[in-house]
Design a protein around this ligand. Structure first.
Ligand SMILES: [Zn+2]
Ligand SMILES: [Zn+2]
Length: 183
């Protein structure tokens, strides 16, 4: 006669399968199916959790943040340039020599992050004048001072010397702000 055993889950008597005289399971057949399913579900949950944690670690990693930051700077450059070109519609220093492809001309170089997206520092310029600004900055500068006055220029210069580290949320906010302004 086969030896009966008490199922660990339902506590009913069952006849276990034996290998080398030892029971292969502490559960009856019915409960074994349930227990195995629960184990699989638990494993799936754990895997999901591990993936979420992995993703979180990635998002918080320096490398990922740096990459995201660079992408956002590029995108803000693009959107802000469209805004400036739309706002101005013509070269800041119009001459018959202007080519009509308008660009976003930075009076103070965009290397200065604090004034990179400053609406006062940036004006629509044709490609020729934007390029010329690298060699003869006095053209744009004197036109700027003539239009705005010396004090506005000095304030801008002071602003440009401030150290500004744009955060990812700040960049995202600015992108949205200028996107909303585009027609
Ligand atoms: Zn059972
Ligand atoms: Zn021009």
């Amino acid at each position: 006669m086969k030896k009966k055993k008490k199922c660990r889950k339902c506590k009913n008597q069952y006849t276990p399968k034996l290998i080398n005289g030892l029971p292969t399971s502490a559960y009856c057949n019915k409960c074994l199916v349930i227990v195995n399913r629960e184990k699989r579900e638990k494993k799936r949950e754990e895997k999901k959790l591990r993936e979420i944690k992995k993703k979180e670690r990635k998002i918080n990693s320096k490398k990922y943040q740096k990459k995201t930051w660079s992408k956002l700077v590029k995108e803000l450059d693009r959107v802000f340039s469209l805004f400036i070109r739309q706002r101005d519609g013509q070269c800041y220093t119009p001459t018959p020599k202007c080519n009509n492809v308008l660009q976003n001309g930075h009076l103070i170089s965009r290397r200065h992050m604090s004034t990179r997206w400053d609406e006062i520092n940036c004006n629509g310029q044709c490609g020729s004048h934007n390029n010329l600004h690298n060699y003869q900055p006095e053209i744009y500068t004197s036109e700027f001072i003539r239009k705005n006055g010396q004090q506005v220029y000095l304030d801008l210069e002071k602003r440009s010397r401030q150290i500004k580290q744009w955060s990812i949320p700040e960049l995202e906010e600015k992108i949205q702000y200028y996107k909303n302004k585009l027609k």
